[in-house]
Ligand binder design. Structure first.
Ligand SMILES: CC1=C(O)/C(=C\N=C(/Cc2ccccc2)C(=O)O)C(COP(=O)(O)O)=CN1
Length: 455
């Protein structure tokens, strides 16, 4: 049938400026070769993150005018409650100012010193909050997740045998089991419904609470519809409700798959857990009917949750990210396969094989992308991974990646072409690219504020 264009027309634009290569070389030097230190105005195409960078719809903007800023009992809270029930099936939730705030509350309720917290793969705020409660994050994703060239449909899956064996051995020291959908650290890879069900069954066997990290739940549902037998004829809300039915609750960064610029929540089936969460919510987030957000933010989020499960939107969203991936593959630029739901991950390890891991190939490629095209990607490799607390050496990850994260409903296909062209130009002259060393290395979450110099 006919190909589809974007399921929207544009009513407002935010002009962006190109800069010259000389300007960019000066700016990135001043930024200590760390793109997190760049000013947004100096970035042409910003692919740093899909978090909080979405464009809202007219329906959401209209909702911003309907903020009920009552301290308690805001009507927007109840509209959000209805949207969560509709899309996730949960009856209870605690609004929070963003995803990591929901992680903070959940892990304070469950994680104690020395506990292990299994997950397919912890993203860095989940890892940081588990560690903040002196817990030990454990990644139990299937082995294929670490093979960038392996093209399998559900690379985000938990390795069920690994999880079973881990719980057999450490059950007394595991307070909760997490599953991240889609799996950000592994390349935005989906988790199959069958795998979610199997994780749920294991958690019941060992009587463990099971929570989804639901940041990109709608994209995950779309991949289930496309790739998993038995789901082609199901609606996205039917798939999302089934996904969540297997878990006891979820943490949610609404800055991703709720199409808003700020906000999050912790949702659950158990009202008693909500009572406990509310106590922490009041302390860290605000009264439990606003949780660190204005009423208008909750209204925009309620409307975003209902929009993000619309099939035309998801088809456009997934296809645009895939288009960039295909363009890069045509140009023989090495990427992680299959293409993720929210990003294309350049395989910096294969792209720059002559740069040793301790000279940060991902960082070198990230800097080159900015210098060449004013494009801001993000290193997901040794820099992000930090140091191993025991050995003090870099905690080298299996993959050295640069994530090109596509904001929702913001950039056009032409922007994707420019990104692919810049990557090709760099790939053609990759032998000229050298490594980097720290000139300033912070103690924790070093990637945000570190400064580098060319080796
Ligand atoms: C799976 C998952 C996430 O991806 C996530 C945030 N991701 C982000 C935002 C980010 C975070 C840290 C460094 C750079 C960028 C992303 O760029 O990918 C959070 C925290 O949500 P929060 O930012 O709303 O607190 C929880 N789980």
């Amino acid at each position: 049938e006919m190909m589809a264009a974007e399921p929207f027309r544009i009513k407002m634009v935010e002009p962006i400026k190109t800069t010259t290569k000389e300007e960019r070389q000066r700016k990135i030097k001043e930024a200590g070769y760390n793109v997190f230190n760049l000013e947004s105005k100096d970035v042409y195409i910003d692919l740093l993150t899909d978090s909080g960078t979405s464009a809202m719809s007219d329906n959401q903007w209209a909702g911003m005018m309907l903020g009920d800023e009552a301290y308690a009992g805001s009507k927007n809270f109840y509209n959000l409650k209805d949207a969560i029930k509709e899309v996730m099936g949960y009856d209870y939730f605690l609004p929070t100012h963003q995803g990591r705030a929901a992680e903070n509350v959940l892990f304070q309720l469950y994680v104690e010193e020395g506990n292990y917290v299994p997950n397919n793969m912890h993203f860095d705020t989940t890892k940081a909050h588990v560690q903040d409660k002196r817990g030990r994050p454990v990644n139990l994703v299937i082995d294929e997740a670490y093979d960038a060239k392996k093209n399998v449909p559900f690379k985000g899956n938990m390795d069920i045998d690994k999880l079973d064996n881990f719980l057999k051995e450490h059950s007394d020291n595991v307070p909760i089991v997490l599953l991240t959908v889609t799996c950000n650290s592994g390349g935005g890879q989906p988790v199959s419904m069958e795998n979610i069900k199997e994780v749920s069954e294991i958690c019941k066997k060992y009587n463990k609470p099971f929570y989804l990290d639901a940041c990109r739940f709608a994209e995950n549902a779309y991949f289930i519809k496309l790739r998993e037998p038995g789901y082609a004829d199901k609606s996205i809300p039917e798939i999302t409700r089934e996904m969540f039915s297997y878990a006891d609750g979820c943490t949610m960064s609404s800055k991703k798959d709720a199409l808003v610029n700020i906000g999050g929540f912790l949702a659950m089936e158990d009202e008693k857990l909500l009572d406990k969460a509310k106590v922490l919510g009041v302390l860290y987030e605000g009264f439990p009917t606003y949780g660190g957000m204005a009423g208008r933010d909750m209204e925009a989020m309620a409307r975003g949750l209902l929009e993000v499960v619309e099939e035309e939107y998801l088809q456009y969203r997934i296809n645009q990210v895939n288009y960039l991936g295909e363009k890069l593959k045509e140009k023989k630029v090495p990427i992680l396969e299959p293409v993720g739901g929210h990003a294309v991950y350049l395989d910096a390890g294969r792209f720059l094989p002559n740069i040793p891991k301790d000279q940060f190939p991902g960082q070198a490629l990230t800097v080159a992308l900015y210098e060449e095209g004013g494009i801001r990607g993000v290193e997901i490799g040794t820099v992000l991974s930090g140091r191993d607390p025991e050995t003090g050496d870099h905690d080298y990850p299996e993959l050295e990646l640069v994530r090109l994260t596509i904001p929702r409903r913001v950039y056009t296909y032409r922007h994707m072409d420019v990104v692919a062209e810049a990557a090709k130009i760099i790939h053609d002259k990759r032998d000229e690219i050298g490594g980097y060393k720290f000139t300033y290395e912070p103690e924790i979450l070093r990637h945000f504020t570190a400064r580098f110099a060319p080796v």
